[in-house]
Write a protein that binds this ligand. Structure first.
Ligand SMILES: C[S@@+](CC[C@H](N)C(=O)[O-])C[C@H]1O[C@@H](n2cnc3c(N)ncnc32)[C@H](O)[C@@H]1O
Length: 215
């Protein structure tokens, strides 16, 4: 991890409290709209019997929805430990605890220890990590069939808004930073690892991109 960010910084932003709030929201309202776009796209592609690897999946709601839709197993690799208790509770409630393996680690650093999966997902993760080529490249290498990512669009107003957020984080010495990695570079990195784009869908803030492994 670079100088901008530290495990302490991630724990402050992605705290146990925010994990509990996200789980409460998911129990009441289901998936948020960006996660729903990802799940709907994957269901159209077919998830029956597929394995899933989600990097930075937080409380694991997407994994739960894909398992309910027929995916066989899921692996969660999450950098921040604050989600684990809440995620385990959600899995128990859904009766899916035996089909998900959760690990806390920096995927970009230790990707070699993680098995590949049919479907790899990074939802709102790349913007929280300094080394985009390393993270997106490792994720692409692990996708046997599909890689689905969401990241912020590079609009002028998001550049200003997130820039101001970063100034505030620096002033508060929070050891965390938001990154507006250029979407074109994220997709180009994945293509360098043998994938071809099959979806590029812009929302108000989040762009959802999917790439498929070429035979
Ligand atoms: C904005 S949150 C998104 C959580 C969830 N995917 C969602 O969309 O609700 C970003 C998450 O990515 C995780 N993360 C960032 N870099 C990571 C890495 N290199 N390996 C594993 N997790 C990572 C963070 O710990 C954080 O939980």
């Amino acid at each position: 991890m670079s100088d901008c960010c530290s495990p302490k910084g991630y724990r402050w932003v992605f705290s146990e409290k925010s994990a509990r709030a996200e789980a409460k929201r998911y129990r009441r309202k289901g998936l948020d709209s960006t996660s729903r776009r990802i799940v709907d796209f994957l269901k159209l592609q077919g998830v029956e019997g597929r394995t899933v690897l989600e990097v930075g999946g937080g409380i694991g709601a997407i994994q739960i929805e894909l398992l309910k839709a027929g995916a066989s197993r899921a692996v969660s690799v999450e950098l921040t430990p604050t989600y684990e208790e809440v995620a385990a509770n959600l899995l128990n409630e859904a009766g899916l605890a035996d089909r998900v393996e959760r690990t806390v680690m920096d995927f970009a650093q230790v990707a070699g220890q993680v098995e590949s999966a049919d479907i790899v997902i990074l939802n709102r993760v790349i913007c929280c990590y300094p080394d985009m080529p390393r993270l997106a490249g490792a994720a692409a290498d692990h996708a046997r069939q599909l890689l689905v990512m969401s990241f912020p669009r590079r609009t002028w107003w998001l550049c200003i808004g997130l820039g101001m957020g970063n100034v505030l984080l620096t002033l508060l010495r929070r050891e965390f930073h938001i990154f507006l990695h250029p979407p074109k570079k994220i997709v180009a990195t994945s293509r360098q690892h043998g994938l071809e784009p099959v979806l590029d869908q812009e929302g108000l803030i989040w762009e959802v991109a999917a790439l498929r492994r070429v035979a």
